[in-house]
Design a protein around this ligand. Sequence first.
Ligand SMILES: [Ca+2]
Ligand SMILES: [Ca+2]
Ligand SMILES: [Ca+2]
Length: 315
Amino acid sequence: MIDTRTIRSKAALAAAATVLAATATGLAAPAHAHAAVAATPHRVLFDNTKAETAGNADWIISTSQPDPLAQNANPTTEKSWTGALSAWGVALQKTGAYSLKTLPAGSTITYGTGGALDLANFDTFVLPEPNVRLSTAEKTAVLKFVQNGGGLFLISDHTASDRNNDGWDSPKIINDLLTSNGVDNTDPFGFSVDLLNITTDNPRAIGDSTNPVLHGSFGTVSGSILRNGTTFTLKPADNAAVKGLVYRTGYSGNTGAFFVTSTFGSGRVAIWGDSSTIDDGTGQSGNTLYNGWDDPAGTDAALALNATAWLSKAS
Ligand SMILES: [Ca+2]
Ligand SMILES: [Ca+2]
Ligand SMILES: [Ca+2]
């Protein structure tokens, strides 16, 4: 007599439990998502005001600028966004811990002027092979940003790499930033860019098991690739914080450094000697691109991403 009712009520209880569990899950998901949004993301601004797409360069994380999320709000692969730096951007985006923007062509680099894309609203600024000289005001803005705690990621290419034929290539532009900025004109970061065009090499990382850029959350860095790039000369007398992390074959100490970090004021700086390392091999049509990001001769993705984290004070 009781059988069917018991079974029915058990079934009803089970169904009710399932509904409750589903409701709990449904409630938990938005609460968790809300918590993730509430956490302060690491804010990274990629520059595209200095002809970063001239010639075969395509050094953008997405064609949607300033906000790459307008191209694809939930990128899954580097092809979700268009640009030869999309692998870099998508890898950061997928962690959920970064907020990325691009300073579009035609904009001015500023610090402390209140604009939405002003450097004061970011933790790290990336200059991926700039091909136009920064104005005096822009150079001062960048130096002040770093001095006050910002992270600066500089990527140079080889000498004589003026892609837009304006008389300025990235080695000259970066050396100009370091020697004529109105804040500290004598190698503020303790390095200068060598005017070299090194055809090919596979630079190796130093042994330093506690270095957060070489051993970070994005992996272990064993080395990088050099495909028509340059190196840096370290000047510890100008800034004792300068440190070579990756060196051209046969070099060490103050010469032939290929990836360098430093500090200035309360900010951090990194510089890399070849834009081929950040090229993910796919981007806007019409460009000849090569996948250096995943080149098995180096560990460029880990180096770029760990350095971004370190510059943003996420590590
Ligand atoms: Ca140029
Ligand atoms: Ca190159
Ligand atoms: Ca790409």
